[in-house]
Design a protein around this ligand. Structure first.
Ligand SMILES: [Zn+2]
Length: 137
């Protein structure tokens, strides 16, 4: 029991440290590459509107401001989605859930090839401590 508690506490500390720096995880180059790849709002397809950084998995749900978790969203979608779980929100608001998930996957792969170092760092960080913890990436 003592081991488990220690491990959890350590993972929690790591998560907190990670949260403290999340705002800076995405570089300007990565952000513009993401906007280019999506070509508009990731959720409704609106183009030619100002796009905001939306965390696909909300920060409050353990998401981070990283390349694989950021999608450009128009103000309306971003405000509507807020902290809701993404697939639940897509379904509830009758947006195209399947199209989003497919593109999110494809763009994620393209971004991983374009910015390999960033994602590697990220994965190492996750695997170190959280692999045997209760966190599902
Ligand atoms: Zn939108």
């Amino acid at each position: 029991m003592a081991v488990k508690r220690t491990k959890s506490a350590r993972a929690a500390r790591r998560r907190k440290r990670r949260m403290d720096r999340v705002e800076h995880d995405l570089t300007p180059a990565q952000w513009s590459a993401l906007q280019e790849a999506w070509g508009g709002c990731a959720y409704c397809g609106a183009a030619g509107v100002p796009l905001q950084r939306d965390c696909v998995l909300a920060i409050s749900r353990g998401g981070r401001y990283t390349l694989d978790n950021i999608a450009p969203a128009c103000r309306s979608c971003n405000a509507s989605k807020c902290n809701e779980e993404v697939t639940h929100w897509l379904r509830r608001t009758k947006r195209d859930e399947r199209a989003f998930l497919v593109r999110h996957y494809e763009i994620g792969r393209a971004m991983a090839q374009r910015f390999p170092a960033t994602l590697d760092d990220d994965m190492d960080d996750d695997m170190d401590d959280d692999a045997d913890d209760d966190v599902v990436a």
